[in-house]
Design a protein around this ligand. Structure first.
Ligand SMILES: C[C@@H]1N[C@@H](c2nc3ccccc3[nH]2)[C@H](O)[C@@H]1O
Length: 448
């Protein structure tokens, strides 16, 4: 391994209480809201076919039109308490909220730029309202912050000239100042979700990113920052030159989910996902497929079964209302979570061999494994194969703890659980109470 000045400063997962809380969330909400929400991916009847929050970069969008649009931002229907209650009902345990996206518009009254909510017709501090309302509902708040800032004249994609470097020095200070005011104004914040850190200018600022991350954690002990923030002194991101993760969790799973446990390299991680195929800010027209509640529940189960969290994005309209599809998904997912969240909250990877019927999760610190069943085979026989030295004491539906299900022993330590093969409209959970031990063969039994 190389001796790195600005590589990872910790190998392996964080072991503190704040990170244990993060690890157990299971389900989170992302919210993308800003000036881009005014356009909804459309201008003069033409639709931008990229992600709606990127519309400023569309060739058909004059920068002047976009950069003056904040003068129309006046969300009359915005009610942070209603947002937080919808999230609570959905069963999310953390929210990540856009304070400033790539366009540079600040939803808090930043002292370091005029391009903020304070200078919009709405005037009031949106970040504060969101932080206060979600915290009041018992949902932890994380602040999304885009380093890339198209509005700030000192932003640079790369550092090629002396002027570039001089400008970027000013930009780095601007960034540090904005992050300082976010942590000082909104101290309930549990973490920062950084984005817009893939350009060369940032890759060439490895030492600065290291110093800044340490400064932020000194300012706010316990702060949680993912791997998308740092660069090492060689410009490596996410993992340093020695292949060690830089950050408190792997933050690369954007609109994709790991296939196997090997893909997560023993890190903490979360997956952030859109309901439509792509697009995080409000889009007037969702192009292509958008996910059903059952698809979203399956992604949630899949992530938790591989030791991560699933974070679903909502893109409210400029007026502060949500699309009907989003309201429906929050309600339906919440109804399922109300009954089944035991299999999602504070659960982790089991290491048992994955079966076709669905996903295993394990309650952290307990001898309880959950089967989250999505695909009942035509036989109605659900095969389970506990890990070595683990026996299943009893099995029952989470919704019927008094009625044990029969386990038909098979060879090689496997068993069948027989359930009805029809009539399922949504996933269901079977609880397996486990104990240490191994299958005794008949001759072994005969000896005792
Ligand atoms: C969480 C997501 N990250 C931003 C983003 N910008 C990208 C540019 C290139 C490739 C992926 C990107 N994701 C998206 O705009 C959204 O905020």
């Amino acid at each position: 391994t190389k001796v790195l000045q600005h590589g990872a400063h910790r190998v392996g997962k964080r072991t503190d209480a704040e990170m244990a809380t993060w690890r157990g969330y299971g389900l989170g909400q992302f919210i993308h809201w800003g000036v881009y929400s005014l356009f909804g991916g459309e201008l003069n009847g033409n639709y931008y076919n990229g992600a709606a929050e990127w519309i400023r970069s569309w060739k058909d969008m004059p920068h002047g039109v976009y950069d003056s649009a904040y003068k129309q931002f006046n969300p009359a229907s915005f009610n942070a308490t209603q947002w937080a209650k919808m999230a609570k009902q959905m069963g999310v345990r953390y929210v990540t909220f856009t304070t400033k996206h790539h366009d540079g518009f600040c939803l808090w009254p930043s002292k370091y730029t005029d391009y903020t909510i304070a200078n919009s017709p709405y005037k009031k501090d949106i970040v504060k309202q969101v932080v206060d309302a979600y915290s009041k509902e018992g949902i932890d708040v994380y602040l999304y912050f885009s380093v890339m800032d198209w509005h700030n004249p000192d932003w640079r994609y790369d550092l090629k000239t002396k002027e570039d470097s001089a400008a970027f020095e000013r930009f780095k200070l601007f960034t540090k100042n904005q992050l300082t005011e976010l942590l000082q104004q909104y101290p309930q914040t549990k973490g920062l979700w950084f984005d817009g850190t893939w350009d060369n200018s940032w890759k060439k600022s490895g030492a600065f990113t290291d110093t800044l991350e340490q400064y932020l954690k000194t300012l706010h002990p316990g702060l949680i920052i993912g791997s998308r923030f740092r660069a090492d002194e060689f410009g490596n991101r996410h993992v340093d030159a020695n292949g060690v993760l830089m950050g408190d969790y792997e933050q690369g799973w954007e609109r994709k989910i790991p296939k196997t446990y090997a893909d997560v390299h023993g890190n903490d991680w979360d997956c952030v996902m859109t309901i439509p195929e792509n697009g995080w800010g409000y889009q007037k027209k969702w192009l292509g497929h958008w996910k059903s509640t059952n698809e979203i529940l399956e992604m949630t189960a899949q992530c938790v079964s591989l030791g991560g969290n699933f974070v679903l994005n909502f893109g409210p309209r400029a007026d502060g209302t949500f699309r009907p599809e989003e309201v429906t998904i929050a309600k339906e997912a919440g109804d399922w979570m109300k009954i089944n969240s035991a299999a999602i909250y504070n659960c982790e990877y089991t290491g048992w061999e994955k079966q076709d019927w669905g996903y295993y999760t394990k309650k952290t610190g307990e001898n309880k494994v959950y089967m989250i069943v999505f695909n009942v085979p035509v036989s109605g026989s659900l095969k389970i194969k506990p890990a070595k030295n683990t026996l299943v004491d009893k099995a029952y539906l989470l919704t019927a703890p008094g009625k044990n299900l029969s386990l038909e022993k098979l060879d090689y330590g496997a068993s069948f659980i027989h359930v009805s093969s029809t009539g399922y409209k949504q996933p269901f959970v079977i609880v397996l109470e486990t104990k240490e031990g191994s299958e005794k063969s008949d001759e072994q039994k005969a000896k005792t």
